[in-house]
Design a protein around this ligand. Structure first.
Ligand code: NAD
Length: 491
C-alpha cells in the first residue's frame, strides 16, 4: 500500500484528524494507495502559510529573474521524474502510461515557458493628461491562489496554473482530486526538492466537502483557478461570494468535429479517433459530436467503426495497450445509462456499447460509435467523458455550423476540409475557445487554452495566463518643484 501525505508550509504531514481515504486502481478495481483528507483546519493552515510566504521571508524579496530560475529548476526535476510520475498517474487514474509519461515530460516545457516569462512581465508608462505627474503601471501578483484540479490530467492542469502563478510572484495551495490524489502528492516531493521558500507551494487533497469548499471560500484566498465539471464550478463560484476572488474556469465540453466531403479522408478519421478514443475519451476537448457531410458519411462511419474495433484495450501500464479503463465505476455506469437512453431515442449503435470481454476486474468500456438522427439524442447533449462518439449527417456548410453551435458548451472544435476559404468562414463562425483545422487535440504552453459559454472563462497557457494571475497597480508621482496644492484654495 502506498501512503501519501499532505505538503503544507514546506512540511509533509497527516490530516489534523488523522483520517485517510483510499484510492483505487481503475485497471484492477483494487485499492493501491491512501491519502489524508484535508480538514478545514488543514486548509486554513495551508492558506495562512501561503499568505505569510507572499509577504514575508525570501519569496517576495526574490527578483523576477530569480523566480524564473526556481521554475527552470522545477522544470528540470519534473523532466527527470516524468517516467515515475507518469506511472503513478496511470496506476491512480487508469490513463495510458504512454500518455501520462509523455504528458509529464511535456509539462516540463510548460514550467520552462513560464520560467522564461517571469522577468518579462511589465507595465506601462502613461502619457497622462495632467502636468507635473509621472504615472506608470506595474503588474502585481494577485496573491494567494487556490488551484483546484480534476483527476484526468493532473500534472498538466497543475502546470498550467502553478507555472504562471509562480512566475508572477503569487503563492499557491493546490488541491488534488480525491479520485486520483497520488500523482500530485508524489509531485510534492519534487516541489520540496526545488527549494521554494516554505509556504510558496502547498499541496493538499480531499473531497469537495469540506476541503474544496473551505479552500475556495477562504477569506485569504485572492484567486481561484478551477478545472473540473460545470456543476462543481457553480459551487466554486458560489463559494467565492465570501472572498470575492476572481475565478478562472476550465470546464467541460461537447466539442464538434466537422468533416466536409473534400477533407483528407485519412486525416479526418484520425482526428475523430484521437478526439474520441484518446485517453478513453476522458478529455475536456473530446470531439464527441462528429458532423460528416453526406457525400462521405457512410464511408466515414464504416472506417471509424473498423478502426474503433481494432483498438487494443487493456492494462494502461502495458506498452502495447491503446485504450485503458475509465477512472471511476460511477462514470462507466453513467455512460452505460446514456448510451441505452440514446439508442432508445433512435440512435444506431454502430459498434461498442458494452464492457469488453475478459476485463471484468477494471472499469473498461468498448470504444463506441453511435449514429444519431439529430441532437435530441441525449449522447449529443451531455458530456460523457468516455469513449463514445456521436456521428451526425449534414448537407450544407451553414447547416453544419448551426448544428455545431447548438450547445451550451464552447471549448474545442475541429474542421476538416481542403478549402481555405471555408477554413476561415467556419473557424470564424464556430463559437469555441479553440478551433483546430485539419488536426485535433494539439496543445502548447505558448497557445492560450480555454472556453466559451459553459466551458468556462479565462485562459490558461500563453501570455494570457500571466494576465489571469496578475493585477494592475497604478503609481502617480508628483514631479513638480511645488508642493501639492491645497484642495480648498480656489485659484
Ligand atoms: P469535478 O468537478 O468532479 O472535480 C474537480 C475538482 O473540484 C476536484 O478536485 C474536486 O474535489 C473539486 N471539488 C468538488 N466539489 C467542490 C467544491 N464544492 N468546492 C471546490 N472544489 C470542489 O471534475 P472531475 O470529474 O474530477 O473532472 C472531470 C471534469 O473536468 C470534466 O467535466 C472535464 O471536462 C473537466 N476538465 C476540463 C478541462 C479544461 O481545461 N477545460 C480539463 C480537464 C478536465
Amino acid at each position: 500500500m502506498n501512503e501519501y501525505q499532505l505538503y503544507i508550509d514546506g512540511e509533509f504531514c497527516e490530516a489534523s484528524d488523522g483520517n485517510r481515504f483510499e484510492s483505487t486502481n481503475p485497471a484492477t478495481g483494487e485499492v493501491w494507495a491512501t491519502a489524508p483528507g484535508a480538514t478545514e483546519a488543514d486548509v486554513d493552515r495551508a492558506v495562512r502559510a501561503a499568505k505569510r510566504a507572499l509577504t514575508e521571508g525570501d519569496w517576495p524579496a526574490l527578483t523576477a529573474t530569480q523566480r524564473g530560475r526556481l521554475l527552470y529548476r522545477l522544470a528540470d526535476l519534473v523532466a527527470e521524474a516524468a517516467h515515475d510520475l507518469g506511472s503513478i498517474e496511470t496506476t491512480d487514474s487508469g490513463k495510458l502510461a504512454a500518455e501520462t509519461r509523455a504528458q509529464s515530460a511535456y509539462v516540463a516545457d510548460y514550467y520552462r515557458y513560464f520560467a522564461g516569462l517571469a522577468d518579462k512581465i511589465q507595465g506601462d508608462t502613461l502619457p497622462i493628461d495632467k502636468p507635473d505627474l509621472h504615472v506608470f503601471t506595474t503588474r502585481e501578483p494577485v496573491g494567494v491562489v487556490a488551484a483546484i484540479v480534476p483527476w484526468n490530467a493532473e500534472m498538466f492542469l497543475t502546470a498550467t496554473k502553478v507555472g504562471p502563478a509562480l512566475a508572477a510572484g503569487n503563492t499557491v495551495v493546490i488541491k488534488a482530486s480525491e479520485v486520483a490524489p497520488a500523482p500530485l502528492l508524489a509531485f510534492a516531493r519534487v516541489i520540496d526538492e526545488v527549494g521554494f521558500p516554505p509556504g510558496v507551494v502547498n499541496l493538499i487533497t480531499g473531497f469537495g466537502e469540506p476541503c474544496g469548499r473551505a479552500l475556495t471560500s477562504h477569506p485569504m484566498v485572492d484567486k481561484v483557478a478551477f478545472t473540473g465539471g460545470v456543476e462543481t464550478a457553480r459551487h466554486v463560484v458560489a463559494n467565492t461570494v465570501h472572498n470575492l476572488a476572481p475565478v478562472t474556469l476550465e470546464l467541460g465540453g461537447k466539442s464538434p468535429i466537422l468533416v466536409f466531403d473534400d477533407a483528407d479522408f485519412e486525416g479526418a478519421v484520425n482526428g475523430a479517433i484521437a478526439g474520441n478514443f484518446g485517453a478513453s475519451g476522458q478529455s475536456c476537448v473530446a470531439g464527441s459530436r462528429v458532423f460528416v457531410q453526406s457525400g462521405i458519411h457512410d464511408e466515414f462511419v464504416a472506417e471509424v467503426v473498423r478502426r474503433a474495433e481494432q483498438i487494443r484495450i487493456g492494462d494502461p501500464l502495458a506498452d502495447d495497450t491503446q485504450m485503458g479503463p475509465l477512472a471511476t465505476v460511477a462514470q462507466r455506469d453513467r455512460i452505460e445509462d446514456v448510451v441505452a437512453e440514446s439508442t432508445a431515442q433512435g440512435a444506431t449503435l454502430h459498434t461498442g456499447g458494452r464492457r469488453p470481454e475478459g476485463l471484468d476486474d477494471g472499469w473498461y468500456y468498448q470504444p463506441t460509435v453511435l449514429g444519431c438522427p439529430d441532437q435530441d439524442v441525449r449522447s449529443t447533449r451531455v458530456e460523457l467523458f468516455g469513449p463514445v462518439m456521436s456521428v451526425l449527417r449534414f448537407d450544407t456548410e451553414d447547416e453544419a455550423v448551426t448544428m455545431a453551435n447548438d450547445t451550451e458548451f464552447g471549448l474545442g472544435a475541429g474542421v476538416f476540409t481542403r478549402d481555405v476559404s471555408r477554413v476561415h468562414r467556419v473557424s470564424r463562425a464556430i463559437r469555441s475557445g479553440i478551433v483546430w483545422v485539419n488536426t485535433y487535440r494539439a496543445v502548447s504552453p505558448i497557445a492560450p487554452f480555454g472556453g466559451f459559454g459553459d466551458s468556462g472563462s479565462g485562459r490558461e497557457a500563453g501570455m494570457d495566463a500571466i494576465h489571469e494571475f496578475t493585477t494592475t497597480k497604478t503609481v502617480w508621482i508628483n514631479t513638480s518643484t511645488e508642493p501639492m496644492a491645497n484642495p480648498f484654495t480656489i485659484r
